[in-house]
Ligand binder design. Structure first.
Ligand SMILES: *Cc1c(COP(=O)(O)O)cnc(C)c1O
Length: 378
């Protein structure tokens, strides 16, 4: 048998308009980190998630960096952040010289545990050393339990910055993920629900914060013909070419979300009944972008470990991944403060991310299902 085509975890999925818009941007000679497509992408994105304004940036990581800066996070500050996440949620905390304080997951959502957050904040208040921001991550697209997190932020006067990089399209209480806190960030990296190859977006309740983001992203130029600078800025704007691709992707976002939901439903139907297989719990309609379908595998009940499942898929040229390695376990963050319950480590030990791309055919998905079902005990 010839090796089958590689099945990727979450490959880009372009629609009909992206190429046309990209070429239109190219031909217009607006080949710069500003231009009409950037403006239009920001407006269309803001309207999609239901906020007055959004600022497009070169990546989700850059978006979080500037969100932290304009929220007043500075060197020596503490920032509470989910430990079960990608490094892009945490590295920007170090960019501003602040210290991440890692908070473990709750088993109900796999996201930042509001009870651990409450306990930590009560102790921090007694000690008189409050964190400067809270960064909940909407893991794999599932919105964190935001009501208690926002309530705690309000009670202690700490801004909540949502990392919605994986959760574009998910909602919580009828509002878009990323628009619940003081600020929210999104990513259009190549493997996300929609992509510009690389890119990000910031939204905020307070338009003045977005003015600050825009200025800092443009080398902190003062409005003067001679390039006056009073502070250190960054070169973080999104290219007009990529914004054109983003507009096309935004046009098919609802289709992409439906396709990913169908992928999840097919996996759940075929595999959730297997002994020892548990999918990321569902917290209700719309609460998940279905960026990735993820599950844990209990080796005693299933008959194989998550790693064995992943390697069996790899042998058939199918890409699967472990869950994110918790940040408090990462060598680069050794020594950081962490508020732990054991949940994220247990998830990491048993978790697997399955191929979840919106363009995956049913036949390709069946290849994945057959491998996993074939390994189950029984
Ligand atoms: C992708 C991702 C980021 C970073 O986004 P980039 O656009 O790749 O910089 C941040 N946080 C999470 C949770 C992500 O998945």
């Amino acid at each position: 048998m010839t090796a089958s085509r590689r099945l990727y975890l979450s490959p880009p999925h372009m629609g009909a308009d992206e190429r046309r818009l990209l070429l239109e941007a190219f031909d217009s000679n607006w080949i710069a980190p500003l231009g009409p497509h950037v403006d239009a992408f920001q407006e269309e994105f803001a309207s999609y998630v239901g906020v007055p304004r959004a600022v497009a940036l070169s990546s989700g990581t850059a978006a979080l960096h500037l969100a932290l800066l304009v929220s007043g996070v500075a060197a020596g500050d503490d920032v509470l952040v989910s430990t079960l996440t990608f490094a892009g949620s945490v590295n920007p905390i170090r960019y501003v010289g602040a210290n991440p304080v890692f908070v473990d997951s709750e088993s109900r959502t796999w996201n930042l545990d509001p009870q651990l957050l409450e306990d930590y904040l009560a102790k921090a208040a007694k000690r008189g050393r409050m964190p400067r921001a809270i960064v909940p991550v909407h893991l794999y697209g599932q919105v964190a339990e935001m009501a208690p997190i926002l309530g705690l932020g309000e009670r202690y006067g700490i801004p909540v910055i949502e990392d919605a990089a994986e959760a574009l399209g998910a909602t919580y209480g009828g509002r878009a993920a990323g628009t619940l806190g003081a600020m929210g960030i999104y990513s259009f990296n190549g493997n996300k629900v929609i992509t510009t190859s690389g890119g990000g977006m910031v939204v905020a309740e307070d338009g003045a914060l977005l003015d600050r983001v825009l200025k800092l992203a443009t080398q902190a130029r003062e409005p003067a013909a001679h390039y006056e600078h009073q502070e250190i800025g960054f070169n973080y704007r999104l290219s007009n070419l990529l914004a054109a691709v983003g507009r096309g992707q935004l046009g098919v976002l609802d289709d992409r979300l439906r396709a990913r939901a169908r992928v999840y439903e097919r996996y759940a139907t075929a595999l959730a009944g297997l002994p020892g297989v548990t999918f990321q719990p569902d917290t209700g309609p719309g609460s998940h972008s279905r960026w990735l379908t993820t599950a844990t595998v209990d080796p005693d009940r299933f008959g194989a470990t998550a790693t064995e499942v992943r390697l069996a898929l790899e042998a058939l040229n199918i890409e699967a991944r472990p869950l994110w390695k918790p940040m408090h376990m990462q060598p680069v963050y050794a020594g950081a403060t962490a508020v732990l319950s054991g949940v994220s480590e247990a998830l990491y030990a048993r978790g697997i991310c399955l191929p979840s791309g919106s363009a995956m055919s049913e036949a390709d998905q069946q290849r994945v299902i057959d491998v996993i079902a074939g390994m189950a005990r029984g």
